[in-house]
Design a protein. Structure first.
Length: 195
């Protein structure tokens, strides 16, 4: 019966062999066998160890195929879309600071910030690197933490005056972004990432 299945489908062959491999590895690793020195000596022979290694690799291949199927779920696509939406404002803001450094420094000085060149460079680095990290899915939690390090002081310095509707909206926008970044830190960015 197994021979017919192997001829029908190559992928089924791996699944069948992997199932047999799980059984064989369980037999190899059985605590009952480890008590008998003669059996352990036989099981530690180079031929049997190479068979065990091949079986383990086959099981890993099956797990990789299952992981590939799991990557294409709606949750992962929603996570990717959320990451793109969340990092867009930080990427745009960082690029805008690079394109208009003098205007940005003047705005920082108007809000009473010293060492504007130092803080401008830090803000650009945090925004661009954090946004790229989230966009590409590389160390997403660290990227979200970088953006929080930028976002909290920027909100407190630039949007603390809640007397106008614009400042209230900016404050609440930053609060919403903070919530999204905290969710990324807690739950991660999904499985669709650049590897």
């Amino acid at each position: 019966m197994a021979f017919l299945v192997v001829r029908k489908s190559v992928s089924m062959r791996y699944i069948i062999l992997a199932n047999y491999g799980c059984l064989a590895i369980r037999i190899f690793d059985s605590p009952l066998l480890s008590d008998c020195p003669i059996v352990m000596q036989c099981l530690s022979s180079p031929i049997l160890l190479s068979i065990k290694s091949c079986l383990t690799n086959m099981i890993d291949t099956t797990k990789a195929q299952d992981r590939d199927r799991q990557i294409h779920t709606i949750d992962n696509y929603l996570s990717l879309i959320a990451r793109i939406c969340l990092c867009a404002i930080f990427m745009w803001s960082g690029i805008n600071k690079i394109m208009n450094p003098i205007a940005t420094q003047e705005n920082m000085s108007a809000h009473g910030m010293p060492l504007t060149l130092f803080f401008l460079a830090g803000a650009i680095a945090l925004e661009i690197l954090g946004a790229l990290s989230i966009l590409l899915g590389i160390k997403t939690r660290w990227g979200a933490a970088m953006l929080i390090i930028f976002l909290v002081p920027a909100t407190l310095i630039f949007h603390h005056d809640l007397s106008t509707e614009l400042e209230q909206a900016m404050f609440l926008k930053n609060l919403a972004m903070l919530g999204g970044l905290l969710m990324l830190i807690r739950y991660g960015g999904g499985e669709i990432v650049v590897r």
